[in-house]
Design a protein around this ligand. Structure first.
Ligand code: ATP
Length: 288
């Protein structure tokens, strides 16, 4: 059996007393596009940097295609962070030449192909003169020029206008379709995730809350609505609930439909929002 493109076994990463990650286990299927979500400080960027080999876990192990990463950059992995690893004084063309010089496995044809698909990028412009969005797109071309098998994207779309965002996502999805690339995409933009992701990894306070195939996850959850005052008796887990003078609404994981309540399956946005609200409530209660 082929090893998973990315597997995490009981991974923890501590910065002094801060537990950025704790007991994280999951695996990403080959060719999947996984949305990495969670509130600010949940550990998303830390996880991506561990997979990319930029830092070592405090304990546990991450493997990429069966090989332990442990603080070494894996040739199969490209990471694009918000910091965009570009040289300001280079032109876009020179930047791609630098990519060829820095990477054993580099395809100038692929980098050019990606740049040609991006309407806003002038190859002779200096990187420092580009808009934030165009810089992100050049960084995507740089990341894909390495012909990665695993592409890690840390909130890459936040500074792109809707058209450029669409264009960039299309390029990433073409890579998935044509090369079977496995993608882990961290984003707070739930609509973008809904458009492209087939898997979800939801972190909160460094722990995996939900992981797996999105259809299966949505199927496992219900939004239940019932009259105010009626007990929400369920053998499932109440992830989040809210009450008005007229009704009770809750996101429930597993179990049957509570008596007197009406149930529907959530969409991705409602599911993630439920977990984010629950996380905020837990923190507020702890702070009191
Ligand atoms: N180098 C570091 N030194 C100390 N603490 C750190 C370091 N990197 C991250 N942390 C802490 O680890 C926790 C997780 O941070 P991380 O940046 O991974 O979260 P995130 O989910 O990416 O957040 P955001 O959505 O805001 O980008 C936070 O409490 C953060 O302050």
């Amino acid at each position: 059996m082929n090893a998973s493109p990315v597997q995490a076994e009981n991974v923890a990463k501590h910065f002094g007393r801060t537990r950025a990650l704790d007991g994280c286990s999951f695996s990403l299927p080959e060719g999947s596009v996984t949305g990495l979500v969670g509130p600010n400080g949940a550990g998303k960027s830390t996880l991506l940097s561990l997979i990319a080999g930029l830092a070592k876990p405090t304990s546990g192990e991450i493997t990429v295609h069966g090989t332990a990463v442990h603080g070494r950059m894996h040739p199969d992995v490209s990471l694009l962070t918000q910091k965009r690893p570009l040289y300001d004084q280079f032109t876009v063309r020179e930047m791609m030449r630098a990519g060829a010089a820095m990477n054993d496995r580099w395809s100038s044809a692929r980098a050019d192909e990606v740049l040609d698909l991006l309407a806003g990028v002038d190859k002779d412009a200096k990187v420092r003169t580009l808009s934030a969005g165009a810089r992100t797109q050049v960084a995507i071309a740089f990341a894909l020029g390495r012909l990665p098998k695993v592409l890690l994207l840390d909130e890459p779309l936040s500074d792109l206008d809707p058209l450029a965002r669409d264009e960039t996502l299309r390029i990433v999805m073409t890579d998935v379709a044509e090369r079977g690339t496995t993608v882990l995409l961290s984003s707070h933009l739930l609509t973008d995730l809904g458009d492209v992701c087939d898997h979800l990894l939801l972190l909160d306070e460094g722990r995996v809350q939900v992981a797996g195939d999105i259809d299966g996850i949505l199927d496992e959850h219900r939004v239940v609505v019932g009259p105010a005052g009626l007990d929400l008796e369920t053998d499932g887990v109440v992830v989040d609930s809210s009450h008005t003078s007229r009704q009770t609404t809750a996101l429930v994981r597993g179990g049957g439909v509570p008596e007197g309540f009406q149930a529907t399956h959530p969409d991705l946005e409602a599911l993630v929002m439920g977990y984010l609200r629950a996380s905020r409530t837990r923190k507020l209660v702890r702070a009191q």
